[in-house]
Ligand binder design. Structure first.
Ligand code: ADP
Ligand code: MG
Ligand code: ZN
Length: 474
């Protein structure tokens, strides 16, 4: 039997206003080659200057990972030529990265936990983009020089499940810290997966394959599965040494397979050497003081939701996995409603109406409105059933909750006098049924409740109807 060994490298694009070594904007979707200057175009004589905001964000991430933040770190040149990299080298941190020896805890569905070691994270500059159109290729350098943090784990994961749990937790932490938008489709959270296998019980690391170009959690899981299958089949066929070599492979999202892209370079191939154009990067005491005060992270928030609001661990985990959802929930709770109702209306009712695309920041029904709606259920202004109709209406119409309830005529009648007179009418109109009920046909009680509800067009408070009918019919 084989054991799977996985190590992950994640490139996170930082959401700084300007690039890593120049004052060009980092914004997306600008006209090609407009966010450029002599520095990021690598024109002769232009010199890089470190953007301090990048170091600040590194302090935040380092703190979140419980890592050592090196107060002094250095930049190095990694030499390689690509058309989208006009310097013909990348400025990165090879010998002394800014973050070292962190950890990240993952949680399995059954409550088990595991600690993944994050060996280091370093700052580096992104390349531009090659755009291929027919038989022509163009280069857009707007992205060249955008700051990245590359976060590298030890080979600690033993299954695709563990890899995904790690990535989702890291993704969530980046969003909580708000140091990057971590959008996988847009390439601001890029994952390289290193995979090898070994006979169970063996301590040694075998040849690893690096798989690139995977832009969703689902495909990462698939890529690991197919790569593990390829390697174990080669082993079982006695062709492991022949077929498995250290290389970079591309994941094909259509064929669901990995394909060789290039042989894996060794560090020596890159001719790393200290970057002569930059000073050392220093995290000052003031900077460390200020930026190591990070916001509450997903695990802490989850545990607090359990303790403070009495949520179960599962729901608390679902809600806190996304920072937007967690803040949405907290804002709902500030309406003074029960946590159980808030959870249901957020994770079941609202989520269902967003058709899987739960984008809490863009929902037409904001947290205050949803909280108010739950409050109206709790103070019995609407029934739970009617509230669903109100929510449907709010998804489509820009209206306040109370106005929507009025417009839809769904205000629940709790006026006891009004309900009592409806009950009297129904009782008067059905003398035979009253006799039968009193004669022991208990099932008829439901008939009366139904008739009263119908007569009130569903607006009577069912609890009040029940009480009044019971008093009148015995
Ligand atoms: P490089 O920078 O050339 O990609 P590293 O040695 O920094 O190489 O390793 C990159 C990643 O590969 C790390 O996440 C590491 O944990 C992982 N890794 C190293 N050896 C193995 C292995 N045998 N199996 C799986 N992953 C591995
Ligand atoms: Mg690598
Ligand atoms: Zn520039």
């Amino acid at each position: 039997m084989f054991e799977v060994v996985i190590g992950l490298e994640v490139h996170v694009q930082l959401n700084t206003k300007t690039k890593l070594f120049c004052s060009c904007a980092t914004s997306f979707n600008h006209k090609q080659n407009t966010n450029t200057c002599p520095t990021c175009l690598a024109l002769p004589g232009a010199l890089p200057v470190l953007n301090k905001e990048v170091l600040q964000k590194a302090v935040m991430l380092g703190t979140a990972l419980g890592a050592t933040v090196n107060r002094t770190s250095y930049f190095d040149r990694k030499s390689y030529f690509y058309p989208d990299s006009p310097t013909a080298y990348q400025i990165t941190q090879f010998y002394t990265p800014v973050i070292q020896n962190g950890t990240l805890e993952i949680d399995f569905d059954d409550g088990r936990k595991k600690t993944i070691r994050v060996g280091f994270a370093h700052i580096e500059a992104d390349a531009g983009k090659n755009i291929h159109e027919g038989d022509r290729s163009k280069v857009d350098l707007n992205r060249a020089g955008t700051p990245l943090l590359e976060i590298v784990t030890q080979p600690d994961m033993r299954s695709a499940e563990e890899a995904i749990l790690y990535l989702k937790k890291l993704h969530s932490i980046i969003r909580y810290l708000d140091i990057g938008d971590a959008n996988m489709q847009e390439g601001s959270f890029r994952v390289d997966v290193n995979v090898s296998i070994r006979p169970k019980g063996d301590e040694k690391l075998y040849t690893r394959v690096e798989v690139k170009n995977i832009n969703s959690f689902k495909f990462i899981e698939k890529a690991i599965e197919v790569e593990v299958r390829r390697q174990s089949e080669a082993w079982e066929d006695g062709k492991y040494d022949e077929e498995i070599c250290q290389e970079t492979r591309l994941f094909d999202q259509v064929k669901i397979e990995t394909r060789s892209m290039r042989g894996k370079e060794e560090a020596a191939d890159y001719r790393y050497f200290p970057e002569p154009d930059l000073l050392k990067a220093v995290v000052t005491d003031e900077m460390f003081e200020k930026y190591s005060k990070i916001p509450e992270l997903p695990d802490a928030k989850r545990d607090r939701f359990v303790k403070e609001f009495g949520l179960n661990a599962y729901n608390a985990g679902v809600i806190t996995s996304s920072v937007e959802m967690a803040h949405f929930f907290e804002e709902m709770m500030s309406e003074g409603i029960s946590a159980k109702n808030a959870t249901t209306w957020l994770t079941v009712e609202l989520a269902a109406r967003m058709k899987g695309e739960v984008n809490i920041t863009n929902t037409p029904v904001n947290a205050k409105k949803l909280g108010t709606l739950v409050k109206r259920i709790e103070d019995q202004s609407v029934s739970g059933k009617a509230a669903k109709e109100v929510l449907d209406y709010l998804m489509e119409n820009d209206s306040e909750v109370d106005a929507a309830i009025d417009t839809l005529g769904l205000k629940q009648v709790t006026d006891m006098g009004a309900i009592e007179s409806i009950c009297d009418e129904i009782i008067a109109a059905n003398p035979e049924k009253v006799e039968q009920l009193k004669g022991g046909k208990d099932k008829l009680f439901g008939f009366f409740v139904g008739q009263v509800m119908k007569a009130s067009k569903g607006s009577a408070n069912p609890q009040a109807v029940n009480e009044i009918l019971k008093a009148k019919l015995g």
